[in-house]
Design a protein around this ligand. Sequence first.
Ligand code: PNW
Length: 450
Amino acid sequence: ETFDVPADSILWRKDFLLGVATAAYQIEGAAREDGRLPSIWDTFSATPGKVLHGDTGAIACDHYHRWRDDVELIASLNVDAYRLSIAWPRVMDAAGRPNGKGIAFYRDLLRALSDKGIRTSVTLYHWDLPQHLEDAGGWLNRDTAYRFADYADLMSRELAGLVDYWSTLNEPWCSAMHGYGTGHHAPGHASVIEANRALHHLLLGHGLALAALRRNDPASRKGIVLNVGRGTTDGASAADRRAAELFELQHNDWILDPLLKGSYPAALYEELWPGAQPPVREGDLAIIGAPLDFIGINYYFRTNVRADGNGGYVEVPLEGVERTQMGWEVYPEGLAHLLIAFRDQYPNLPPVYITENGMACDDEVCGGEVVDGQRIAFLNRHLAAVDRAARAGVDVRGYFIWSLMDNFEWAFGYERRFGIVHVDYATQRRTPKRSARLVRDFLAQRKERP
Ligand code: PNW
């Protein structure tokens, strides 16, 4: 068994980056150690009813203590690159002073990766806002954008030369919509007005942080990571078709437009959210629209929608389609479609990395092995979609599997397993699944090719 990668696929190119990804709160644990401050996810997961089974990231994969073994594990997969995030509350105290112990953890980790020849992709904000900043208003407070820039400034001074790819934010859509619009994620508010306010301050923070990264670590490449959504309709009316467009406008253009066109999409506010507006001040859009070296795209699924009769859209799940353990539809065509659509829509689209793609399965260890056939097929088909987009002329330069290992899946706790490596949480034992073996074998084969 191997990945069936056609001989002429872009995946065989040695300069096409193949990697695995994680995020700090989902794997590190050690939530109280070496001066780490509480984050909004510590607070949220400790609040009854917010996370399935009351799971928290207090221990997670205990990566904070096991990182040396985990680096060996990553290296054993033959991957070109590893994507991780820094926990802001681990590296700065409440007065904004550096926490040497927390910084040393990331410096040692990044050095160990680079000693193994593994390229590093580091996200500054994967959702774990320090709680003291939340207490001061969180992303609803414009000042948080400036505090984020201070944090980016500190990190890029401390870690300059150790990071190949910096990303400012992971999925500002999720931070804004799930954090402030639906309440599914920390800090758990539910208001479209607030979601718009939070998004604008997140994007302002991105722009300010980007400038700090450029100042302090000029040789690295800098970008942002966005989750994108494919919306289609099985409805027949013009209103249904508009509903699908509005879905994509809300999920994609809401964020891509200010980053790449210098404005928020007017149609979104006219049709879907009359009464909501991002709190833009003079000069903000120029900061937000500063050129990027790359854009990271996280893709998971397609959503079928119809008109809701109120000018908006409503999800109508399709019957008879393949779904993952999350209930998300397996729909690789959406990835190729969106990459090509973005290239057409944004003439200045920077080079793209798929910074997350993968699926949750109910994987169990059987006789020392985890046979995750559904995941193997999923990865195969999505890699083929990336290759199709590349052939259509999209400048796509890499692909990271979400995730290296099973971890704390936010509101779903430990019950959703996204890893290509299985984690037994009782013993912290890591067992590579069959998908991990195929990745390792494919990359070993690629190394052998002339
Ligand atoms: C991403 N949605 O989250 C995150 O970047 C990861 O930390 C996470 O583990 C992974 O995807 C799997 O969920 C998302 O509802 C969460 O559309 C929710 C959505 C998309 C991405």
